[in-house]
Each structure stands twice: as C-alpha cells, then as structure tokens.
Design a protein around this ligand. Structure first.
Ligand code: FES
Length: 292
C-alpha cells in the first residue's frame, strides 16, 4: 500500500510540482525497500545457512555412511520455500520485463522534451539603433534553419543609464493569457524600419501600453496587466551588451513590475507558459515543465 501511495504521489507530482515528485519517489523507494525486506526476512533467502564442510568418507564406507545419514537425519525443513521463491521470482521477473518494455517507450516520449532545449543569445543590433525612451518593435529569427516560422518579437526600450550601465526594458510579445501576439497600443513609424541580417526594427511613435487582439488583455508600458484575462505581467528577456551590440538572452516570467524604466523593480520568476500563475497558491496547480 505504501509503495502504491508513493507511486500515486509521484504521478500526481508530475502534474503539480517537482517537490511532490521527489516526495513520491522517496515514499515509493522507502516502501519498496520495506517490501523486499518483508519478503525476505525470516527466510533462508535472507540468511543462507553456512555450508558444512563435507566429511571425507572412505569409498569402502560410503554405502554404509549413506545408510546412516538416511536413518539418523530428521526430515529437513525446505531450505528455499517454494512459495517464497515463486513470489520473489515473479516479482523480479515482472519488474525486469516491465522495465524493459516501459523504459524505452517513456524515454522516447519524454527525453526529447529535455534535450536540445533552450535559447542562444541573439544579437538584435547596435544599441545606437535604440533611441532613449522609445519602444522599438524588434523581430528576429530564433532558428534561421527553420526560417520565418521561428521569427520572434520583443518590445525594446532604451532606459538610458543606470549606475553607469545601459539599461533596457525588453518585453516579450507573448500574451500572458494564452500566448497570442500582443500589439503596441499606438502607431508605428514603419517608414523608419531598419533591417539587417534576420533582424527588423520598427520604431513606435508614442504607445500607451500593449493590447492583445484575442481576448482583450491589456498591459501598461512596463508589461503589467491592467485589464482582461491575463494572469500575470508580460514576460521579459534578459540581455547583455557586447561590442556595442544588444544581445537577447533567456526569457523569464514576471508577476508584476513596481516603478518604471531603469528604476523599475521587476518581480522575476522562472519562465512559465502562458496562462500560468507564477506566484501564490494558484502556481501549485500547473504541470512540471521541461526546460524550454
Ligand atoms: S491570449 Fe491575450 S487575452 Fe487571451
């Protein structure tokens, strides 16, 4: 029963959280150990008797010695009880066969989600292409081998200097409700569009936040949700500056942002899928995610 409870907790943990997976695995392993110990304790499988050295018997006395043994030895108890042997061998064989059948299937199903994931830093041009205080709609291909289907979009604003370092706000266009492409609430200066390599930069004129065309989700210029069904603020990208170029790093999720611009306090969380709460009790209700 304990082993079964452990497996159930582990499986539920796959839907709920990593902590529950670990707790389920520990319970299952502990009760598996106790189960095996229970099966073997008190049997000769656990305490195999020491083998008595055979007494040398002269060939001519062998026949008489055998007769003596048959007459003197009381009926021995079973050294390996058949019921225990059958129980253990059935369990062991079942486990081996089950493992051989399920391990490759689970591996093929689950492993690809954990392999070759993640994003590489991507240059979106010189920082001089980002005038201070203005949002630029930047698009780029995350995987050039896949072509336009891999094109991604972010809203990039140069916040000026913070402690002597350039500060940027880089907001993802994935709606935090169901992932639709969020649009700037304001006109674009399409005539000033810049293109180089796989990057396109379109300046905005003056935007009043971002809006989602799918279900009306609204966000302010820091990406905070202001209306509609989204459950958190818009995701952001980390960034770095190398040789005067702005590089996008890993995306991360944001519950909300206090303040604005270079002085903003960003409440940062691990990257989560659209629609998922990143904090509070609701954040416990989402499946464990593979890295992405
Ligand atoms: S996907 Fe954006 S509001 Fe629903």
């Amino acid at each position: 029963m304990g082993f079964a409870v452990g497996v159930v907790v582990l499986l539920v943990g796959l839907v709920v959280s990593v902590a529950a997976v670990v707790i389920g695995a520990v319970i299952a392993l502990a009760f598996a150990f106790l189960w095996v110990r229970d099966l073997t304790t008190g049997t000769d499988l656990a305490h195999a008797p020491a083998v008595e050295p055979e007494h040398a018997v002269e060939p001519e006395h062998a026949a008489a010695a055998v007769d003596d043994v048959v007459e003197d030895t009381p009926p021995a108890t079973e050294r390996y009880p058949r019921a225990k042997f059958l129980e253990l061998s059935t369990l062991g064989l079942g486990g081996v066969i089950g493992g051989l059948v399920t391990a490759p299937a689970i591996g093929f199903m689950v492993a690809p989600a954990f392999l070759k994931q993640g994003t590489k830093d991507h240059s979106i041009g010189p920082i001089t292409d980002y005038p201070e205080g203005k949002f630029i709609v930047a698009t780029w291909m995350s995987d050039a081998t896949q072509g336009e289907v891999s094109r991604r979009t972010a809203f990039v604003r140069n916040n000026g200097q913070l402690n002597g370092q350039p500060s940027f706000t880089i907001i993802s266009n994935h709606c935090a409700h169901l992932g639709c492409p969020v649009q700037p609430n304001g006109p674009l200066e399409e005539k000033d569009t810049k293109k180089f390599a796989d990057v396109t930069l379109i300046p905005t004129i003056s935007i009043a936040g971002f809006g989602c065309p799918c279900h009306g989700g609204q966000y302010d210029t820091e990406g905070n949700r202001t209306a509609g069904p989204p459950v958190r603020a818009l995701d952001r990208y980390s960034f770095s500056i190398r040789n005067g170029n702005l590089f996008l790093g890993k995306p991360f999720s944001v519950s909300h942002v206090d303040g604005s611009g270079s002085g903003a306090k960003i409440h940062k969380w691990a990257y989560s899928f659209p629609g998922e709460h990143v904090n509070g009790i609701e954040s416990w209700l989402y499946p464990v995610q593979p890295p992405h």
